[in-house]
Structures are given as structure tokens and as C-alpha cells.
Design a protein around this ligand. Structure first.
Ligand code: NDP
Length: 300
């Protein structure tokens, strides 16, 4: 049996934790800031509800966090209820937050002082991938530590890739999500223009998806979420805004001119400010429609 703790039962964390709870060789403890969510999780799944981060980490070989930003994880380290008060020497913190490299490096060095390992291990594949255990996990840090925790991560991850030193997983995740943002926005602009010209959106997508302009946005997000006007809330726009900012920051730190990433960061910041904290990332298209004065999919 491997003792695992999971902290952060949000939109993606909860189904990830459910996969761990279902693994027969894992003994799971869960903690969530809003305690009711952890209580209801342990009522439904085979998991102990921990009262504090320290309580969750106590006796755990692997502690997994999945919070909005790296700074939230860093803030959980200290104090009498903090993770450091509970960690055993030789344990590992695997942070599945889509975090930022600099904070991850700081967390790693703080933990190293206490004999605790650290991996940044953000995920992609969305809430459905988490439910199905098919997430991609991109990992930064010691490869030997990854080998040790890989069996645990495989409860929710299908493709688990070592990307480089601490922070490499964060950087790669941020770039991936910046590309997602560019695809969502630019597909929206293109379809809005075609709509005004009288080209039906489903016809346009049918052609684009058989051609070189296709993307996950055109193949899945627009048909399933925009044309249906369903806009399910699976991944908050606020979190995508944060990811593109990290990607633009990585480019800046590496002295790579990246005007397109910076523009995407600004556009999604505008959309985030306009649509609020709870809006889904695909709802950014509503701003493109507003600016264009057209609704994608209205041409019959
Ligand atoms: P949510 O906003 O749905 O959930 C956030 C979770 O973090 C909740 O459990 C929340 O607790 C907790 N939390 C928020 N702030 C703090 C804090 N300061 N201290 C302690 N706990 C806190 O986010 P997601 O689950 O969607 O995302 C989590 C991470 O995973 C993000 O970095 C995101 O970018 C990434 N991600 C998300 C994907 C998705 O499809 N949703 C896909 C891939 C990556 P409480 O219940 O109290 O609010």
C-alpha cells in the first residue's frame, strides 16, 4: 500500500483524486480549503478526510496538490497546520497545479532543506481526461523521483513525460495553454467574419476540420460548446488567463520575442475582466462575437 494525500478538490482535482481513491494499492487522505467538499468526497470514496494540510501529509509517501496557482501551494507549506509540519523525511510533493517555474523552484529548494522531494507535474486532458484516467502529466524535477512516484501518477495519467528540471513541466503546460488560447480566439475571429459573409459555421468547421487550419478548438470546442451555446464550465477563463501570462513570462525570461503570446495574454486578460471569475475559457468567444457584432452559428 502507498499512502497518498491529495489537496485541492476543484474541477480537475476532484476526479483525479477519485481515480486515486479507486486504486486498490493506494491509501488516500484528502484535504480541501472548503472542508465540506473534502467531507462529501470521503463520504463517496474510499478516502480519509484530513482536517489540515499537515494532517494530510502525516505518514504520506506522496502528497499531490492541485490548486489554482503555485503561490497557493507555497502558502500551504508553513505554520502549525502547514505541509512542512506533517511531511516525513523522504516523502515527495507532486504539484499538479498549472504553476509557474520560479515559484516551483522556490518550493523545491524549501522542501529539499527538509529532505522532501518535489516535482512540478501539471496535467492536460481536461476534466473528462481526469475522470477517465487519461491525462497527460508533464513533469519537471529529478527523473529518479518521477520513476518512484510514476505508479501513483498512473492512476490518473496515461502519458507521463519527464520534461526537464524543476519548472520545465510548468513552462511546457503554459505554452500548451497559450496555444489553446490562440486557437480559441483566432478560430472565433475567422468564424465571425465568415458568419457575416453568410457562410454557415458548421459548413466552415466541416471544411477547416478536413484542412490545415484545424485544432482542438475547431474540432471539439466550437462544435460542442459554441455552436450548441452550451458553454459548459469545465476550465475557468481566469485560469487560462493565468497560464498565458506564465507562457509570455517564460518567453520574456528567455529573451524570446513573443508578440503573439503577449497579445493573447492581453486579450484573455480583457476577456477575464469582462466575463468574471466563473466564466469558462471558451466563453472568451462571446467577446469576439460582441466586437464583431455577430453570433457564430446564427446563419441558417
Ligand atoms: P478550481 O477553481 O475548480 O478549483 C480550485 C481548487 O483549489 C479548489 O479545491 C479550491 O478550494 C482550491 N483553492 C483555491 N485557492 C486556494 C488557496 N488559496 N488555498 C488552498 N486551496 C485553494 O480549479 P481547477 O480544479 O479547474 O484547476 C486547478 C489547477 O489545475 C489549476 O492550476 C488549473 O489551471 C489546472 N488545470 C485545470 C484543468 C481543468 O480542466 N479544469 C485542466 C488542466 C489543468 P475551494 O473548494 O475551497 O474553493
Amino acid at each position: 500500500m502507498t499512502t497518498v494525500a491529495f489537496l485541492g478538490l476543484g474541477a480537475i482535482g476532484r476526479p483525479m483524486a477519485a481515480r486515486l481513491a479507486a486504486a486498490s494499492d493506494i491509501e488516500l487522505a484528502v484535504w480541501n480549503r472548503t472542508a465540506d467538499r473534502a467531507r462529501s468526497f470521503s463520504a463517496e470514496h474510499r478516502a480519509r478526510h484530513a482536517a489540515t494540510p499537515a494532517d494530510a501529509a502525516r505518514g504520506a509517501a506522496v502528497v499531490i496538490t492541485c490548486l489554482p496557482i503555485s503561490a497557493d501551494v507555497e502558502r500551504l507549506l508553513d505554520g502549525p497546520d502547514g505541509l512542512l509540519a506533517g511531511f516525513s523525511k523522504g516523502a515527495a510533493l507532486v504539484d499538479c497545479t498549472s504553476g509557474d517555474p520560479a515559484t516551483s523552484r522556490r518550493i523545491a529548494s524549501r522542501l529539499a532543506e527538509h529532505g522532501v522531494g518535489f516535482l512540478d507535474a501539471p496535467v492536460s486532458g481536461g476534466t473528462i481526461g481526469a475522470e477517465q484516467g487519461t491525462l497527460t502529466v508533464m513533469v519537471g524535477g529529478d527523473a529518479a523521483l518521477l520513476d518512484r512516484v510514476r505508479p501513483v501518477l498512473s492512476a490518473f495519467g496515461k502519458k507521463i513525460v519527464h520534461c526537464g528540471d524543476v519548472g520545465a513541466g510548468d513552462a511546457l503546460k503554459a505554452v500548451n495553454n497559450a496555444l489553446l488560447a490562440v486557437h480559441v480566439w483566432s478560430t472565433g475571429e475567422g468564424l465571425a467574419a465568415l458568419e457575416k459573409l453568410g457562410v454557415k459555421a458548421d459548413v466552415a468547421l466541416d471544411v477547416i476540420n478536413a484542412s490545415s487550419g484545424r485544432s482542438n478548438a475547431s474540432m471539439n470546442l466550437f462544435p460542442e460548446r459554441v455552436l450548441t451555446r452550451a458553454f459548459p464550465r469545465t476550465f475557468r477563463l481566469a485560469l487560462l488567463d493565468k497560464d498565458i501570462g506564465i507562457a509570455a513570462g517564460v518567453a520574456r525570461d528567455q529573451k524570446v520575442p513573443a508578440p503573439l503570446l503577449q497579445l493573447a495574454a492581453d486579450l484573455f486578460r480583457i476577456a477575464h475582466n469582462a466575463l468574471g471569475e466563473e466564466a469558462d475559457h471558451v466563453e472568451a468567444v462571446k467577446l469576439v462575437e460582441q466586437w464583431a457584432g455577430v453570433r457564430i452559428g446564427d446563419t441558417k
